[in-house]
Design a protein around this ligand. Structure first.
Ligand SMILES: Cc1ncc(COP(=O)(O)O)c(C=O)c1O
Length: 426
């Protein structure tokens, strides 16, 4: 019995994914919304969420979309109209990322220019950026990986010297700070994600922010132009927390019933997948780009209100990991972040450890990222990535594993994770 039921507070295994932020109040809200379809698309929550975001970040404009991918695509489209970015221009961005942060560049008719990342903080290498900038490079995307803020002063200086537009990808880093100021306000324009494995989650959702009025106008135009996703898509996202909480997680390991149910419901399109197969080939599924529907804005506001609590919890769990892993074989991330979406550590046998944790202990650790552009079955040629161009990213992909920090990880769960890691460090 105990082999199968490793309950955390909400049921299910200790897991870094499987909708980690969902709590009972989120499930109740989704149930409430599911029986009120007139609230699904239009409503007050969209503006409310945008206003809350503006206030929190201290920026002038915030425009919501149905994903970080759509927000990023809208930003690139707006920059083409306002700043003269042209088809075929290069956008510099780091490897050691996922295809969701490359695809909008391809969809916008631009070309990714792959910059290596630093081995210690997983962020874009200023040194490699300087080396690789060419006459076609027009913009730089800075991804604050796992919540670790990138070296913005240095990168901003390089951008200023080379007349490049600076964009922040804050998909992992809502609430993180650089020099005491929140990330997302250190560049011309930035975007955030509320997808299922992020700091806050409405299953799908995203936000673009800027202080530039003409860019904001174009973003608002893009939001109108994209329109709302269809009702079935909204329903899929509302079902997600409900089915996970009540059906899938409680029996996740019991004869693999939960896992089978999850796969089946995604296959039958009852639930959405995080990444569509088309995206692994650089193609665009038809639910991107779209605006954020009201129902998901309601869900996102509920999570946003809990952001302080979520991030305090992440800090406590992270402190515990730092304290208990300091004299081990694991290489720990620099203490530079106020918010770790995932606590990413390095070990030569990282992949073996992830495998063992799941198969021997029912602990689902994270594998971001096992390839320079994840997930592993993404077609690198279609991403225009050539093996060898970012050696640090390729090396990190072999030796990183992520530990969970989210609200459903209890102190006891963290203790079990540490115990397992210490047993398997050699
Ligand atoms: C670094 C990074 N950028 C952008 C995105 C895109 O965000 P979304 O999933 O909301 O489209 C993601 C997540 O998938 C991400 O991890």
């Amino acid at each position: 019995m105990s082999k199968y039921f490793k309950f955390t507070r909400r049921g299910g295994p200790i897991s870094i994914s499987l909708s980690p932020n969902v709590e009972k109040d989120d499930v109740k809200l989704a149930l409430n919304l599911i029986i009120r379809p007139w609230l699904w698309k239009r409503g007050k929550a969209i503006n409310n969420l945008e206003d809350k975001f503006k206030k929190y970040l201290g920026v002038k404009y915030a425009v919501s979309f149905n994903s970080g991918r759509s927000a990023f695509y809208a930003i690139l489209k707006a920059l083409k109209e306002v700043d003269g970015l042209k088809n075929g221009d290069n956008v510099a961005l780091q490897a050691f990322t996922c295809n969701a942060s490359i695809n909008p560049v391809l969809w916008a008719g631009l070309k990714p220019l792959y910059i290596d990342c630093n081995e210690n903080d997983f962020n874009i290498s200023a040194e490699d950026l300087k080396k690789k900038i060419n006459v076609k490079t027009r913009a730089v995307i800075v991804q604050h990986t796992f919540g670790l803020p990138a070296d913005m002063d240095n990168i901003r200086a390089i951008c200023a010297e080379n007349n490049l537009i600076l964009i922040e990808d804050c998909a992992h880093s809502l609430g993180a700070e650089y020099n005491g100021v929140k990330v997302g306000s250190h560049s011309k324009v930035a975007f955030f994600s509320f997808s299922r494995d992020k700091i806050i989650s409405s299953v799908y959702g995203g936000m673009a922010v800027t202080n530039d009025p003409s860019l904001a106008d174009k973003l608002r135009q893009a939001q109108d132009e994209f329109g709302m996703p269809n009702s079935l898509w909204v329903l899929q996202q509302l079902l997600h927390p409900i089915l996970l909480y009540y059906i899938i997680l409680p029996v996740y390991n019991f004869l693999d019933l939960g896992k089978i149910f999850l796969i089946l419901s995604q296959w039958l399109h009852i639930l959405s997948k995080a990444v569509h197969w088309k995206e692994k080939r650089g193609q665009r599924p038809d639910y991107f780009p779209k605006a954020l529907p009201n129902a998901l804005a309601v869900m996102a506001i509920n999570q946003f209100e809990k952001l302080g609590n979520f991030n305090n919890h992440r800090r406590k769990i992270t402190d515990y990991y730092y304290e208990n892993l300091k004299d081990t074989e694991f290489i720990l991330p620099p203490k530079l972040s106020s918010v770790f979406l995932r606590f990413t550590i390095k070990h030569q046998k990282a992949h073996e450890i992830i495998y063992k944790a799941w198969h021997k202990q029912n602990i689902l650790l994270g594998d971001w990222y096992t390839t320079p552009i994840a997930p592993f079955d993404t077609k690198l040629e279609q991403m225009h990535y050539k093996i060898g161009v970012c050696p640090n990213a390729e090396k990190l992909a072999k030796m990183t594993l992520n530990l969970p920090t989210h609200i459903n990880i209890s102190q006891k769960d963290a203790e079990r994770i540490i115990k397992f890691l210490k047993k398997n460090e050699n």
